[in-house]
Design a protein around this ligand. Structure first.
Ligand code: NAD
Length: 441
């Protein structure tokens, strides 16, 4: 693990995240394959199914030019990886980040296959990304990059083929541009029937109520299940949150309504500490306006190392993969790590956490609320329906509770980690479908 972020900068300008260097060394796809192997052993997955799942079906790489505000032309590299579509169309987010690599996108696409299967959704796994820093381009440039990328993806995506959604660096607005671009490529006859080409859209253009907060909401439902099992009171509990974008901010906000307070936060610009607890509404508004926590007046600037040593009840990683390595796992003073981010624990970090008796709610389960509500949005688009927020939340709560119980039960039965159990439940569902269908021809 690196953690070479030498300056703590929450109050000043942004520094390049240490994880960018780390990306080149950390083989995220291999890590995911390692868990696939482990879960396959646990449930005696037929070898041929593991072989099929060990690589994605399609890996699309697109280099596309965009005219920047100053008139110059910049070439961007975009990826879309379609891992598996046995259970339904490929589904997964689009990430805008300067550290995006094909390896990351492959790992994240595979995780989407497990996530959709675990949640019993009729969807497969995909993921995409464009390698650039969205904080360093203008709003107009962001729109042109998005439109040009989605135009280049062309018929590789579609409401019954592959359905992107927001991820790190993208939001509802980007999905509106993406939908509009796709609609303009299919021609007027089909315009109205392709709203479901992306999910996570603004409600005004076919998005669903409850999608923006869905990943945080789903994470909180799993935390509530964990708390009930452990007889742990969320009222009065403390949390530390890494990443205060969509997932981190909504998790902090929803948990605050249950009486839990966020006492430290961090993002790509640095870390802040406030033992009295942050006001998550104010901080979320601030981040929406300023794109980071840098300069937020309500806390003391601390270093990344100090952040990981803070005594709290729950740690919410909600930034990037590979954030909890050996050092962080040894430092953390929490009872639970609830993975809002995908792949935040390295395998070594996870082993240390488990040895230290720290519980982990694994990503494939814990942050599956996002894709679950994306599925609700897709269904509503297909049926031209609008569900109420209560309807969405109620369905999501039941879906998260069911998945949580299935994972806990299998983990107990097979005496394996929650992560391996989450993969295993997903693999059982995928194996059942392959078993029935056999392999073409
Ligand atoms: P976002 O872009 O809204 O927020 C990302 C946050 O991470 C920002 O606060 C950013 O400053 C911070 N960050 C980036 N680099 C960092 C670094 N090096 N150190 C510390 N913080 C850093 O993205 P998001 O949608 O909230 O996604 C966060 C995580 O959750 C990702 O792992 C993503 O794959 C996962 N996830 C997102 C969704 C979703 O619905 N958006 C669903 C499931 C999982």
């Amino acid at each position: 693990m690196d953690n070479q972020q030498t300056v703590s900068t929450a109050g000043s300008v942004s520094v390049p995240p240490a994880s960018v260097e780390k990306h080149h060394k950390y083989e995220f796809f291999k890590v995911v394959q390692g868990y696939l192997d482990e879960a396959a052993r646990v449930i005696d997955l037929p070898e041929y199914i593991k072989t099929i799942l060990s690589q994605p079906k399609n890996e699309i790489i697109i280099n596309f030019p965009v005219k920047m505000d100053d008139g110059s032309i910049r070439l961007f590299k975009g990826y879309r990886v379609q891992h598996n579509n046995l259970l339904g169309p490929y589904k997964g987010g689009i990430r805008y980040h300067e550290g995006v690599t094909l390896d990351d996108v492959k790992a994240l696409a595979a995780m989407m296959t497990w996530k959709c299967a675990l949640m019993n959704l009729p969807l497969g796994g995909g993921k995409g990304g464009v390698k650039f820093d969205p904080n360093k381009v203008s709003r107009d440039e962001l729109q042109r990059i998005t439109r040009r990328f989605f135009h280049a993806l062309g018929s590789n995506i579609g409401p019954d083929t592959d359905i992107p959604a927001p991820d790190v660096g993208t939001d509802a607005k980007a999905m509106a541009w993406a939908m509009d671009t796709y609609m303009n490529t299919v021609g007027s006859l089909f315009r109205q029937s392709v709203k479901g080409v992306v999910t996570g859209k603004p409600v005004a253009v076919g998005g669903t109520l409850g999608r923006e907060k869905a990943t945080g909401q789903g994470l909180v439902y799993t935390i509530q299940e964990w708390a009930e099992e452990r007889d742990f009171q969320l009222g009065g509990a403390t949390l530390i949150v890494q990443g205060f974008g969509n997932v981190g901010s909504f998790t902090s906000l929803i948990l605050s309504r249950l009486g839990a307070s966020t006492i430290a936060v961090g993002d790509h610009t640095g870390y802040l500490y406030n033992p009295e607890g942050f006001n998550p509404h104010k901080l979320q508004d601030y981040v929406k306006k300023n794109r980071s926590i840098a300069g937020y007046p309500g806390g003391k600037t601390i270093s990344r190392e100090e952040f990981f040593k803070i005594k709290a009840d729950i740690f919410i990683p909600a930034a990037l993969e590979n954030q909890i390595g050996i050092e962080e796992a040894k430092s953390l003073q929490v009872k639970l790590v609830a993975e809002g981010a995908n792949g935040p624990c390295s395998p070594e970090g996870e082993r240390i956490l488990i040895d230290r008796g720290i519980d982990i709610l694994p990503d494939v389960l814990a942050n599956a609320g996002g894709v679950t509500v994306s599925y609700y949005e897709w269904v509503q688009n297909k049926r031209s329906e609008h569900w109420t927020l209560e309807e969405v939340d109620e369905r999501l709560e039941k879906a998260m509770q069911r998945a949580y119980r299935e994972v806990v039960e299998l983990a107990r039965q097979k005496k394996c980690s929650m992560r391996v159990a989450a993969y295993a439940v997903a693999l059982q569902r995928i194996a059942a479908a392959y078993g029935e269908r056999d392999i073409f021809p």
